[in-house]
Design a protein around this ligand. Structure first.
Ligand code: ADP
Length: 475
């Protein structure tokens, strides 16, 4: 990979953006702190300059009061020479603005008298401060106008050299510090971003391995309970679910293939025999009947799968109406009485006179029929089947089908409601493995539930709970 490409890749990373944000925020905070510090320092320096100027004014006022204007003039010259004639100057003015006396002004000749300031001074009588910037001069000048006695104004100026020097030092310190802060912020920011994103990278690595085909891989969880751990846990949970679903789909397609293969093989066998053998009309009729029977079984299986899918889509798919569930169950028991007796079983049905519920008659009939069919199929001769209908809690009704049959092991019980799941691997009994998943889809579509309890060798009880009313049924 070329260097240019590598840099472009880094520029698009979250770590890079986080680092930039971190460095940016860090530098902005430092700049704001510097700015306030700068304001503080400059204001302190200006206050000091102003205090020094004000104290000079007080000195001149007292000299004027004690010894007169000539003494002030002499004092001004001495003061200017002592402080340095390039640092400070004095002008004594009459209130008319006419200059009475001044220090050596050869260095300060560009500095005039601010008439506006003088006017403001005469109006307010309190000292007026001014700042003058002379072109080509490095330092600004702080000027004070003050009335020091009757009819006499003092214009006092001082170079703001200290001020400029401090600003220069400050600028140098600011630039150096900002460069150091930038380097530090980038290094620390990059390090922190990388550390924070290690977990995300681990999730990405796992996702990549999974996309290459290893669905059993999981993201390592550090047990720090931070956001990354939460992400890893959620990701792992999602993977568990996907793995389960994929395994389920695989098993289901294996089962579909297996369950479709047998009737199709039988149909093919019959067709082959009919083509090759020299059979009588009666035999041909029997073969045709056999083919129809196998086709019916196939169609029944496909239809059941379709109904399950549609029913799983929800209550909106139901053709709900008010029905007497007690009567529906009793009628079903009547129909199954004959096959039960044929097998030597006692089938008893107990239910109150009438319980009305909202539901899809055809689907609930089929649900009850599936449970009765299973009870008869999986109960050996001389066994008992007890069916009951009773009102449940919270405006529900419960249909229970109890048998004294072969029972179901705990391990199988967890899976019996899955499509195509059959406990008997040898498939000695006829069936599709769709009966209970159909029953569950129907119960859930009615906002109800089906549960099964069983003891191996003693029998099973399947209980269907259905609400009496469907909330979205239009009366
Ligand atoms: P099937 O068409 O095989 O009966 P079901 O979905 O109705 O399919 O049932 C799934 C499996 O659960 C059955 O294969 C059977 O092993 C077991 N089973 C269902 N009902 C009973 C029962 N009453 N007693 C014992 N086993 C049962």
């Amino acid at each position: 990979m070329s260097l240019k490409r590598k840099i472009a890749d880094i520029r698009h990373t979250l770590a890079f953006r986080l680092t930039l944000w971190y460095a940016g925020i860090f530098m902005l905070s430092a700049a704001v702190a510097f700015f306030f510090f700068y304001l503080l320092i400059t204001s302190v320096i200006r206050q000091q300059t102003d205090q020094a100027l004000s104290s000079e004014v007080r000195t001149f006022s007292s000299i004027l009061a004690a010894r007169g204007p000539e003494a002030v003039k002499r004092q001004a010259l001495l003061q200017a020479q002592a402080a340095g004639e390039k640092k400070i100057f004095f002008r004594l003015l009459y209130i008319t603005g006419q200059v009475f006396s001044s220090s050596n002004m050869s260095y300060w000749r560009d500095i005039g008298i601010n008439r506006v300031a003088v006017k403001r001074l005469l109006d307010s009588r309190s000292p007026i401060f001014d700042i003058i910037k002379v072109p080509d001069r490095k330092h600004k000048i702080r000027v004070l106008y003050a009335v020091i006695g009757p009819g006499l104004i003092l214009q006092l100026g001082q170079s703001m050299e200290n001020h400029t020097r401090i600003i220069e030092v400050f600028r140098k310190v600011f630039i150096t510090t900002m460069v150091i802060i930038f380097v530090l912020a980038v290094v620390v920011g990059w390090f922190m971003a990388r550390r924070a994103l290690v977990g995300v990278e681990s999730v990405t690595r796992t996702a990549r391995r999974i996309s290459e085909g290893s669905l059993e891989k999981r993201v390592p969880v550090k047990k720090r309970a931070d956001e990354i751990d939460q992400l890893a846990l959620t990701f792992n949970r999602m993977l568990d679910r996907i793995e389960k679903l994929v395994t389920g789909i695989k098993e289901m397609s294996d089962n579909i293939a297996h369950d479709l293969k047998s009737p199709i093989t039988r149909i093919r066998g019959i067709a082959e025999v009919s083509m090759t053998s020299d059979s009588s009309l009666k035999e041909y009729e029997a073969m045709a009947a056999g083919t129809i029977e196998e086709c019916d079984r196939l169609l029944d299986m496909i239809n059941t799968m379709l109904i399950i899918s549609r029913t799983e889509a929800g209550v909106n798919q139901l053709d709900c109406q008010n029905l007497d569930i007690s009567k529906l169950v009793t009628d079903a028991c009547d129909i199954f009485q004959a096959p039960a007796e044929d097998k030597g079983l006692t089938l008893d049905c107990n239910g109150p006179g009438s319980i009305s519920i909202d539901g899809d008659v055809r689907l609930i009939q089929r649900l009850v029929a599936n449970l009765l069919d299973n009870a008869i199929k999986y109960t050996p001769a001389d066994g008992r089947i007890d069916v009951s209908v009773s009102p449940g809690e919270n405006r529900t009704v419960e249909i229970a089908v109890k048998d004294s049959g072969v029972g179901i092991s705990g391990q199988d019980l967890e899976h019996i409601f899955e499509r195509f799941y059959r406990c008997d691997p040898s498939r000695s009994q006829t069936g599709t493995g769709l009966g209970l998943s159909f029953a569950r889809a129907v119960a859930r579509a009615h906002n109800g539930e089906i549960t099964g309890v069983s003891t191996l060798g003693e029998g099973s009880t399947f209980t269907v709970m259905l609400p009496k009313n469907q909330p979205n049924l239009v009366e």
